[in-house]
Design a protein around this ligand. Structure first.
Ligand code: SD4
Length: 296
């Protein structure tokens, strides 16, 4: 049995590519890297890799995390500039004994040392979005009608391979117009991603500042370990955090969406937004796009 799940419709092409590898018995870590690289390389996804939207200084800064559920090794990069595939660098960092999480210039020096592809990640299209946004912000300044930090998605994938190994990875350009150096939940183990091959894996997308308050990926894996199905674990963790956030923030909560996979290849999904799309494939079914809606 093998299975793979990813956040958002943008995971489809990468997952489709990884399925062929998994069917041949490929390792879950390799499959995650293949699948996420595909998403990173596609220029029209505005929130991941090449074509990702920039920060307030018009620089694309990327976050990515990876975890191997067999030995619980973690690798992550934060605020990484000018490298094509953050997921490959994060995974490479997971092979190190120390210094597994690197940010900014340190992460770039590491990527350079190990020969990862350098690339200007800011596309013409992303620049247009940036200038349009600046215009809107100027117009909206007095009226303060502009909702900050909209239009961001992270690709997160969890995968079980034929050898029963489970891995998880994330990649994102984070929030559009974020501060330089801002790091979200996506490279933070336990928040944006977590995997334990004895149990399963989970990954999150949405407002990093809120997701990290609930360590949602770690929580989901622990709830599965305690006996919940992936679906029940996802719903419990998202609903509980959403409720707590609303208590604190006068009835509002940031976007939180999650997907999870257990060691049997069964999946779970939960969200507090309308229309969270995700992609699931396994040795029993071809890659399929589904849409999850907030529970009423
Ligand atoms: C972040 N969680 O940087 C990411 C962005 C995201 O859906 O996933 N948006 O906060």
């Amino acid at each position: 049995m093998w299975a793979i799940i990813g956040t958002w419709r943008m995971a489809l092409e990468g997952i489709t590519k990884a399925c062929a590898e998994l069917a041949e018995g490929e390792d879950a870590g390799e499959a995650i890297e293949t699948a996420i690289k595909e998403t990173e390389d596609y220029p029209y996804f505005k929130s991941v890799g090449y074509g990702g939207l920039p920060n307030e200084n018009m620089e694309v800064e990327l976050d990515s995390g990876f975890m191997d559920g067999n030995d619980l090794t973690v690798g992550a990069v934060g605020a990484l500039r000018d490298y094509a595939n953050p997921i490959a660098i994060a995974r490479r960092l997971s092979f190190e004994k120390y210094n597994n999480v690197l940010v900014g210039a340190g992460a770039e020096a590491y990527a350079h040392k190990f020969g990862f592809e350098r690339k200007n990640m800011l596309t013409q299209r992303a620049k247009i979005h940036y200038y349009n946004r600046l215009k809107k912000e100027n117009l909206a300044q007095q009226a303060s009608v502009l909702k900050p930090y909209i239009g961001h998605d992270t690709v997160g994938m969890a995968c079980l391979d034929k050898q029963a190994k489970i891995c998880v990875g994330t990649s994102t350009s984070g929030l559009f117009m974020k501060r330089a150096g801002r790091v979200g939940d996506s490279p933070l183990v336990g928040s944006g991603f977590y995997a334990d091959s004895r149990v399963g894996a989970a990954t999150a997308t949405g407002l990093g500042e809120d997701i990290m308050k609930g360590l949602v990926s770690y929580e989901i894996v622990r709830q599965m370990e305690a006996g919940l199905t992936p679906q029940a674990a996802c719903e419990l963790v998202v609903n509980r955090l959403d409720k707590r956030l609303r208590e604190i923030n006068h009835g509002t909560a940031g976007d939180i969406s999650v997907v999870a996979l257990n060691k049997h290849g069964e999946y779970g999904v939960a969200t507090n937004i309308n229309n969270f799309s995700f992609v699931y494939a396994s040795s029993k079914q071809a890659a399929t796009v589904y849409v999850c809606k907030v529970e009423e």
